[in-house]
Design a protein around this ligand. Structure first.
Ligand code: NAD
Length: 281
């Protein structure tokens, strides 16, 4: 068997066009405030592409760039100001922050209705209780990829490798909310392969290059690779692509799988936040 590849670039384009159309039709221009601290090159690139694509969707760019030596108090004051500013619909603090800053305390200051990354305790609580709210972008993008590829989630056994606040945990909750039977694996899972081989849907977000190979995959399973690693030969994921594609039913490539969906989900969340704030939804 050779897996059907799920083209995240194509789906991200479709989602962005949807958001652009909805934005134009509703005549609201959501304001997105990205907050970048310091000069980390990778963070700079991520924020630049979030800003560019949000402007292309018809959003207002309310970016704030703060120096790398900004104090915790100054950064929290900026986040508070953005929370109180009616022009701002979405706040995204780019992570990681420089080591002297307490990221959890900064995230805790984000106004929950503007939490377009879905990382505050309020958003996490709404997700855990399956109540409406803003969901973390990468796991939302994964659900959308599965739906688009026609992979049935209800009743499937989904295994998530990784339990981070950003990806693994919310991913498991989103799959549960869609009526999958969910197993979460992590670095202390005793026998990873025997757990993952039971998965109809396998989402890998461990941050370990090539962790998952053919021996971890049930024939025909849908395998979603969230990992991104820069190597001398280019980008690769947490899944060994060549061996996985011989056995999986569906597979996301790296690059061009989950990555592009993360920004598409951010745009969707920002528009949703703007609509909620204006009572449109
Ligand atoms: P993290 O380091 O915060 O969490 C990794 C998780 O994997 C932990 O819960 C850990 O217990 C688990 N883990 C580590 N080694 C393991 C092992 N050998 N076996 C089983 N579980 C193991 O990472 P994260 O923020 O969740 O990101 C995971 C990966 O996804 C990284 O490569 C990151 O770059 C990538 N990522 C991609 C996107 C995207 O847009 N595509 C977004 C976020 C993160």
């Amino acid at each position: 068997m050779t897996a059907t590849l799920i083209d995240g670039k194509e789906l991200a384009g479709i989602v962005r066009r949807e958001v652009t159309g909805r934005t134009a039709a509703s005549a609201i221009a959501p304001g997105l405030a990205t907050v970048l601290v310091g000069e980390d090159p990778a963070s700079g690139i991520y924020v630049a592409s979030k800003r560019k694509l949000s402007v292309a969707a018809g959003f207002r760019d309310l970016h704030r760039h703060l120096p790398s030596d900004v104090t915790q108090e100054e950064l929290e004051r900026v986040v508070d100001e953005l929370g109180a500013d009616d022009e701002v619909d979405g706040i995204l603090v780019q992570l990681p922050l420089p080591a002297h800053l307490d990221a959890a305390a900064v995230i805790a200051r984000i106004h929950p209705d503007k939490d377009v990354d879905g990382l505050t305790e309020v958003s996490a609580g709404r997700l855990a209780l399956n109540r409406p709210g803003l969901r973390p972008c990468t796991p939302s993008g994964v659900i959308r990829l599965l739906d688009w590829a026609g992979v049935g989630i209800k009743g499937a056994h989904a295994v998530v490798v990784g339990r981070s606040d950003l990806v693994g945990r919310p991913q498991a909750q989103l799959l549960l909310a869609r009526d999958a039977t969910v197993t979460i694996c992590h670095r202390y899972t005793a026998d990873l392969a025997s757990a993952t081989r039971t998965a109809d849907i396998l989402v890998v977000a461990a941050g370990v290059p090539g962790l998952v190979g053919a021996e971890h995959i049930k024939p025909g399973a849908a395998v979603i690779d969230v990992g991104i690693h820069r190597t001398e030969d280019g980008l690769c994921g947490d899944v060994d692509f060549e061996s996985a594609r011989q056995i999986a039913g569906h597979l996301t490539p790296v690059p061009g799988g989950v990555g592009p969906m993360t920004i598409a989900s951010l745009l969707q969340n920002t528009l949703t936040a703007a609509e909620f704030r204006r009572g449109i939804r």
